[in-house]
Design a binder for this molecule. Structure first.
Ligand SMILES: Cc1cc2nc3c(=O)[nH]c(=O)nc-3n(C[C@H](O)[C@H](O)[C@H](O)COP(=O)(O)OP(=O)(O)OC[C@H]3O[C@@H](n4cnc5c(N)ncnc54)[C@H](O)[C@@H]3O)c2cc1C
Length: 418
């Protein structure tokens, strides 16, 4: 849909991603769904072989230096395999290198990005803990400064790719003073499994999105060298803020390919299935549901594209924060609806494993939960909106005041606010 907006390199990458996706054996996807494959190493290695991992990374780090607009097209191709494929693809090779390029030293970039993009090593992002994921500042994992290293202890859960990861991007509390301001307490680290004391367990048996290595990760007395701090000590809030872009915009973009696959399967079904002597696409009760899904999908694509353009323009994060949150909430919920409508128009067979649509519905359930729930997105949208409005009211000059465009504007006694 947005091919016109892609760079030449982006178009090339999109068609390479299409070819890559077409070559993945369907049995592999089904084995992932059934937990026969717990973590898709071969899938990631094949993407690496085609130089498709981390395509937004700088060429000197092994990436292609593509834009957000280009990345959206690639994620859509890979999302057609199912949501967990795009999640696994996006987390290890997209998120962690993104954080390192934005906040990591040259040493960290050299040590951790290239092996990941080559598919020799794998990475995962560890934010969520058993005590909660929505409250970033509530992190209970600790990393005590022991002079030559930090001693890391704590548990993280639901970590996509955790089961196979060699490298973990971890947030932990370093300022243990309970009186310290929350945004000056947490530090981000790169932790290697080989440091010792790192355990992973594939235990969740998820509703969908199986096979992506979502694991409980335990750190026990892990000695993390000081040079493995990402950004500044106690200042991980800056890193977390940057990471909102790839986590939330990426998550939104990943849903589109999967929802699009659902709609594609359902549309074809409605063009062939007959009831009461007619193909069911001739009933408005059916075709209007398809129309609703097509509309939602394209508006979601457009929302992602607009946000992608804003991010490509390197607009300050304050400016795009609301846009990113809106895009995440709208797109993920819209894509869930698309998958649900696709299943509905297929009747009973849509609810079976004869078609892949039920898998898409189960997988997309995750989209509005992870990387910040829809409720957390609403919190951000509301707070940013009111901030913007306060500024607008303060700076109002020579603009029309719409409130005055009413017949009985002079009835001031009726404008009661308390
Ligand atoms: C399959 C899967 C993969 C995941 N992958 C990763 C990963 O790779 N790395 C990682 O770090 N995490 C990952 N997560 C964790 C995910 O990001 C969290 O589950 C999510 O952020 C919500 O945190 P929680 O589960 O602790 O829910 P909670 O934070 O306990 O929230 C519970 C409910 O309360 C609501 N809520 C919380 N606070 C507020 C508030 N202030 N106002 C209104 N409502 C509120 C939430 O919206 C939610 O509905 C994954 C999760 C799953 C299920």
């Amino acid at each position: 849909m947005f091919d016109f907006a892609l760079s030449e390199a982006g178009k090339k990458a999109k068609y390479e991603a299409r070819e890559f996706a077409a070559g993945i054996d369907k049995k592999y996807l089904i084995d992932m769904d059934n937990n026969v494959i717990q973590w898709p190493k071969e899938f990631l290695q094949e993407a690496a072989r085609r130089n498709l991992l981390g395509p937004m990374c700088k060429p000197e780090n092994g990436g292609r230096g593509l834009s957000w607009v280009d990345y959206q097209a690639i994620l859509e191709e890979i999302g057609g395999l199912g949501y967990i494929c795009s999640c696994t693809y996006g987390v290890g090779a997209g998120l962690v290198p993104y954080a390192l390029e934005a906040h990591g030293t040259q040493y960290l970039q050299d040590r951790y990005i290239k092996p990941v993009l080559k598919g020799e090593k794998f990475s995962a992002e560890c934010l969520t803990e058993p005590r909660g994921g929505s409250d970033f500042f509530g992190a209970a994992a600790t990393a005590e400064d022991k002079g030559e290293y930090f001693l890391l202890n704590g548990d993280k859960r639901f970590i996509v790719g955790g089961e196979g990861a060699d490298y973990f991007f971890v947030y932990a509390r370093t300022n243990l003073d309970p009186q310290a301001p929350p945004h000056e307490c947490i530090t981000a680290f790169m932790v290697e499994r080989d440091f010792g004391g790192v355990e992973t367990a594939y235990i969740y048996d998820l509703m969908g999105c199986n096979g992506g290595g979502a694991a409980r990760v335990t750190f026990r007395d892990v000695k993390v060298p000081k040079e493995n701090v990402i950004g500044e000590v106690h200042q991980a809030y800056d890193v977390f803020n940057t990471m909102m872009v790839p986590e939330r915009l990426g998550t939104a973009m990943m849903t589109i390919g999967t929802a699009s696959a659902a709609l594609d399967v359902a549309t074809r079904y409605t063009m062939q299935r007959k009831q009461f002597g007619k193909v069911i696409s001739r009933y408005q009760g059916v075709s209007f549901q398809i129309a609703e899904a097509a509309m939602l999908l394209d508006v979601a694509r457009a929302s992602c594209n607009l946000t992608a353009r804003l991010c490509d323009q390197a607009q300050p994060l304050d400016f795009v924060r609301r846009q990113i949150s809106q895009t995440k909430k709208f797109t993920t919920e819209a894509c869930q609806k698309v998958a649900q409508l696709s299943m509905q128009v297929m009747g009973g067979i849509g609810y079976t494993k004869i078609y892949p649509v039920e898998r898409y519905v189960r997988e997309l359930g995750l989209a509005s939960i992870w990387t910040g729930t829809s409720e957390v997105m609403s919190l951000i949208i509301a707070s940013e909106w009111y901030k913007e409005q306060k500024l607008k009211i303060k700076n109002r000059q020579g603009e029309r005041d719409w409130e005055d465009d009413a017949n009985n504007i002079d009835a001031l006694d009726e404008k009661v606010y308390e």
